[in-house]
Design a protein around this ligand. Sequence first.
Ligand code: PPE
Length: 308
Amino acid sequence: MPIQAMKYVWMNGELVPFEDANVHVLTHALHYGYGVFEGIRAYETPQGSAIFRLTDHINRFYESAKILMMEIPYTATELIEATKRLVDENGHASCYIRPIAYLGYGEMGLNPLTGKTDVAIATWPWGAYLGEEGLARGIRAKISSFKRHDPNIIPPAAKTTGGYINSALAKAEVIKAGYDEAIMLSGQGNVSECTGENIFIVKNGMLLTPSDASGALSGITRKTITQVAKDMGIETHEAQLLRTDLYLADEMFITGTAAEVVPVSSVDDRVIGTGEPGKISKELQRRYFQIVTGSDPAYDHWLEYVKG
Ligand code: PPE
């Protein structure tokens, strides 16, 4: 779906009209992928637009930058305020938010330490990332032949722009093969994550999810779901999962800011459970949407209101 134009993009401290938010073709990050980004969502709530776990996302943005030895020339408070202002000025009730820090125009060559970091924040409306039907009925996943890149190759703990070639290759492979989403294994052969989502399975009433050591991003939606499950009396364990653990799961779902909480109906054509979204998956998904839209006061501390 093409991006819908918005009024402004925040670039290096200023609100720039959408059509002027451009970079030079010799921007360092365009050539070498040296940049970090975040994906955040704002939802419409009874008290106006609220950005879900904004501070946690901005903190991870700085962690990604630290891993790449990039200096973001703004404080976290400045970026939090800039994000709220941008969502407000662009007039979104709900939207996706994309902060990005990248080595800009100036120097070429691989040494990243000589470059200057540019920072931008953009917003746009983004519907169900894996489709409405996927959200409601579950998606068909396939294990990609592309492995998740290793922590000693491109650290998956950092959300790096260039690192997403890994995800894009896996995604293209399984889309071409007729599936909805790719699952990537680590170099050691354990389940890692999807192209832009963390993985959970339900086994014997417990949640199991691959650890960061498998190359999975420490997802904020994963943390949210772990907490919500705990509050329901359901334990989550980080585990080394084999592909066959997925085939034999009682239920399976994936989580991410863009994707939200999406049931998985099959993996490599093995039907998961009954093939319908499982009871626990459905309940966690229901609670997630209640929480992000401000309908569950117990989790109001995760909502950062655009106004006030
Ligand atoms: N793993 C990967 C590789 C990943 O990119 C994401 C987010 C997650 C796990 C889940 O993390 P979290 O959003 O904190 O729960 N992927 C972002 C980018 C998607 C895109 O297409 O771009 C997102 O969901 O915003």
